[in-house]
Design a protein around this ligand. Structure first.
Ligand code: MSP
Length: 546
């Protein structure tokens, strides 16, 4: 467990600027945001990086088709991402664009380092390339029914094993990174450190791929001009640009200062870099683990840099059993879901219902069920009936707790005892990237608080003049549970938590920098004004199939 207040650096993939932000990219980004918010609330010094992957053949082709320069094209597309992240309450610290000067310097610095170490050499590339995925494929990776040789030199165009779109044949002089040299190093790394990659199924996948042996990797393109130029050329050659994945991965160190000094670009010249690097976690989708768990660590190791502590791969969001994607026409936009479920309802659903690390089917029906059950009925209703009772029976202020709140068998002890163990359970879940587990632990308190109100029946106590102290203690205890719930749900539903805290006269949950201390039982101040306010979540109906 990292010491609180230490640096916590986490990243999302940088998204292809050509695509609009969709539920898949929003999913990775929300998960990273929740982790960033949780770690901030614990007191860590967090840096949360997201951004855009703006180079490569795909972007170049799209810009040409749009009749624009690639730079004008990416400048036009970039704001949609920031707008979506703002809409979803994503509180990132750094928004990287790979077309920035700092990134170019950083990529060139890293490439130069590998070149000078002898890890980059000139060779000839001949093979298949997927432009939409910006990925090289070897013949052996293509399916048998996609044999590339045909009669009389005729070549059948195979399709990409990943996205199924037609591949392009590339034959050119390229620069290669000696990836194969690092095979044993990587095997050893993942065997020795099970925490280096999660979940376990993905780690096994990476290990078995590594055991099959690695080829060196072409890291430059001769005929793609939209990229970062290699900082060297050989006589007689046109300058080449960096392979877009080689460029993109480096953004993770650019963002924390690598290559910030022009001359020599030595990371030691920036304190930020030594303080921030390595990252605690790179969040990725399962489709891009080879880049993050094989190529990237090999590049870092070759450059003498530390490896990220963890790469965690989530699964795909599926609708009716199929991966959601624009090309399949089964994509819903984040804005549509926000309109229906609100930002926090949206964030809650994906964090609670989809097990992080596995594929997850999503549907309007399941979303409505979660929304109505967990949010409107359990959480929203707890707040509204409790706040209204405080209005009715306590003049709208937090009553004082009479007696020893810490005593055995004290009023509200059942909630106090759940709270006592909650911080550790939530932390353990977040340490394992188990968002759903963290939320379900908090929901035990939500449900217990509702049960507690039912069982102690404040409406009955209010009729008994001798039960005034008990009534106050019951309401105080339930309010205290609400405060604790608001704190622990704040990483997932920040606006709702802050609203609940405001209604109880407390400082915003999201400003906590010592979550466990803030969640200590009995800190709620008597006399705070409690406002009933509007319902937090209004029940929804399942939408008819569209
Ligand atoms: N640009 C590269 C990443 C470079 S990082 C150095 C890239 N970009 S991407 O825009 O295609 O998508 C990135 C992320 O979105 C991936 O993590 C991918 O898994 C995720 N998703 C895209 N569709 C998805 C679903 N349907 N479900 C869940 N996530 C999926 O790859």
């Amino acid at each position: 467990m990292a010491c609180k207040r230490s640096s916590y650096y986490l990243t999302t993939p940088i998204y292809y600027v050509n695509d609009v932000p969709h539920l898949g990219t929003a999913y990775t980004t929300i998960a990273a945001d929740v982790m960033a918010r949780y770690r901030r609330m614990q007191g860590h010094d967090v840096r949360f990086l997201t951004g855009l992957d703006e180079h490569g053949q795909k972007v170049e082709q799209a810009a040409v088709a749009a009749g624009m320069t690639p730079q004008a094209w990416v400048d036009k597309l970039a704001p949609a991402f920031k707008e979506t992240w703002d809409l979803l309450d994503i509180n990132y610290d750094i928004f990287m664009r790979t077309t920035s000067d700092e990134h170019r310097r950083s990529v060139q610095a890293l490439a130069r380092r590998l070149y000078e170490n002898g890890d980059i050499y000139a060779g000839n590339y001949e093979g298949w390339y997927c432009v939409p995925d910006e990925t090289y494929w070897t013949d052996s990776e293509l399916a048998d029914d996609q044999e590339v040789s045909g009669d009389e030199g005729e070549i059948k165009i195979p399709s990409c094993p990943q996205c199924n779109r037609p591949l392009t044949y590339v034959r050119e002089k390229n620069w290669f990174f000696r990836l194969s040299k690092y095979t044993d190093f990587l095997i050893n790394h993942y065997e020795k450190d099970p925490g280096a990659m999660g979940p376990d199924t993905r780690r096994n996948e990476v290990l078995s791929f590594l055991r099959g042996g690695l080829n060196d990797l072409s890291i430059s393109r001769a005929n793609v001009s939209w990229g970062i130029p290699l900082p060297w050329t050989e006589e007689g050659d046109d300058p080449q640009t960096m392979y877009v994945w080689f460029d993109a991965l480096i953004n993770y160190i650019t963002a924390v200062g690598f290559g910030a000094c022009e001359d020599g670009a030595d990371e030691a010249c920036t304190r930020e870099f030594t303080y921030r690097w390595p990252a605690q976690v790179h969040f990725v989708g399962k489709d891009i683990i080879r880049f993050h768990c094989i190529i990237w660590p090999a590049m870092l190791h070759a450059a003498g840099l530390a490896l990220p502590k963890t790469v965690f791969a989530h699964g795909f969001l599926l609708t009716k059993g199929e991966k959601m994607s624009k090309s399949k026409g089964n994509a819903v936009t984040p804005a549509q879901l926000v309109e229906r479920f609100g930002v926090d309802g949206y964030r809650y659903y994906f964090m609670r219902d989809v097990v992080f690390g596995q594929d997850g089917s999503i549907s309007d029906e399941a979303m409505v069920q979660r929304f109505n059950g967990d949010l409107a009925n359990d959480w929203g209703n707890l707040c509204s009936r409790l706040f209204s009772m405080v209005g009715k029976y306590c003049g709208g202020v937090v009553p004082s707790y009479v007696g020893d709140i810490a005593a055995d068998g004290a009023e509200g002890a059942v909630l106090r005892d759940i709270t006592a163990g909650l911080g550790a359970r939530v932390e353990d879940a977040y340490d394992r990237f188990d968002y759903s587990g963290a939320l379900s632990a908090v929901w035990e308190l939500v449900r217990a608080a509702n049960r507690y109100l039912e069982e102690s029946a404040p409406w009955g106590l209010a009729k008994d003049p001798d039960a005034a102290d008990q009534l106050g203690n019951v309401l105080y205890s339930a309010l205290e549970a609400v405060r604790v719930i608001a704190l622990y749900t704040a990483p997932v539903m920040p606006a709702t938590s802050d609203e609940v805290m405001a209604r109880m006269g407390c400082s915003p949950a999201t400003t906590s920098i010592d979550l466990e201390a803030c969640a200590k039982w009995g800190l709620l101040e008597a006399g705070n004004v409690v406002e009933k306010g509007e319902p937090l979540f209004l029940r929804l109906e399942v939408e008819k199939e569209q």
